[in-house]
Design a protein around this ligand. Structure first.
Ligand SMILES: [Fe+2]
Ligand SMILES: [Fe+2]
Length: 329
């Protein structure tokens, strides 16, 4: 049997439990938080006062912070790209509406609130150039992405396990910074988003765990493949208006590193967490090839940490069109 057919069989085998996994990891629409829970109520007479408060508190937050918040929001707003990518993964049946496509649709519904709430907040804050931000979002969706997983479900689930944890870290750190500056509302908003990301991380990690149980050799090879080529961030094609190629992502990621929202050490920590979670070191009876892959993975965090420690980040802020320093005075 070809590798592709084995993967399809594994996906079908696991599909019978997807309903149960949706119940375990996702929250029904009628019970989950909504963006308006964290924003001024535009039907209320207090609306203007609440907006005024947002604008006042926003003045406390520095330039790099806004850049990171904008970049995080744009990453969330490119959700159409992620949904269409996942819908195309082998075993995810869009037409037959199987368990996996139900998962993708329900996950998308939850994710959709993240961009919504951040977008509305940024708009009300008065600190950023919304039109420039909107253009970047549109470019990012129009450019699409390639995360190097192909349509392989194993590689995709490694990617999403990794990525959900990465977004958990960055939203959570932003929440802490906002709280420190006395901005409780923004802090709560980012905190609740990070909680969603953590749930999603656990879900995708369980998918991988279940695949390890039935197809350990190929699951190991997929994990190895993804880590060897490195996890590309979903916004790696990020660009500003007028740019032909993406230079913004590097600067965005430098900014996130500079203020400690997401660093190369975090990347290594996530890798280590995945290795521990899937108990990679104790998976035995593998093919020679998969055994080599396992040994490579076990040594990778310490190797990457040495590289991460040598990396230097530019000290000065990069000037984005999204945030004009003059607006922050
Ligand atoms: Fe998200
Ligand atoms: Fe998520």
């Amino acid at each position: 049997m070809s590798l592709k057919n084995i993967r399809l069989e594994v996906m079908q085998h696991l599909e019978k439990d997807v309903d149960q996994l949706i119940e375990k990891y996702l929250i029904p629409v009628d019970n989950i938080w909504q963006p308006t829970d964290f924003l001024p109520n535009s039907e209320s007479d207090n609306f203007y006062d609440e907006v005024k408060e947002i604008r006042e508190l926003s003045k406390e937050l520095p330039y790099d912070f806004w850049v990171v918040l904008v970049g995080d929001m744009i990453t969330e707003e490119a959700l159409p790209t992620y949904e269409s990518w996942l819908m195309d993964v082998e075993g995810v049946g869009q037409m037959e509406r199987n368990g996996w496509s139900k998962w993708v649709r329900h996950w998308t519904a939850e994710e959709n609130r993240h961009g919504d709430v951040l977008n509305k907040y940024l708009y009300l804050s008065g600190r950023v150039n919304m039109r420039e931000i909107e253009k970047t979002t549109q470019h990012l969706i129009a450019d699409g992405f390639d995360i190097g997983t192909g349509q392989d479900p194993y590689k995709n689930f490694v990617y999403t396990s990794f990525q959900e944890l990465a977004t958990y870290i960055s939203h959570n750190r932003v929440a802490k910074m906002a709280k420190k500056k006395g901005n409780k509302q923004l802090s709560k908003m980012c905190k609740i988003i990070s909680g969603d990301e953590m749930r999603h991380h656990h879900a995708y990690s369980e998918f991988v765990e279940r695949i390890f149980a039935v197809d350990p050799n190929q699951m190991m090879m997929a994990f190895h493949y993804m880590m060897k080529q490195k996890i590309a961030m979903p916004a790696h094609f990020l660009r500003e208006s007028g740019d032909k190629i993406s230079t913004a992502f590097e600067e965005f990621s430098n900014t996130a590193q500079r203020i400690g929202v997401y660093t190369s050490t975090d990347y290594v920590d996530i890798l280590q967490k995945l290795i521990d979670r899937w108990d990679i070191g104790n998976i035995n009876n593998l093919s020679d090839e998969a055994e080599k892959a396992r040994d490579y993975l076990m040594k990778l965090p310490s190797r990457m940490l040495r590289i991460a420690e040598r990396m230097t980040i530019p000290e000065n802020s990069y000037q984005f069109k999204w945030v004009e320093p003059a607006r922050l005075k």
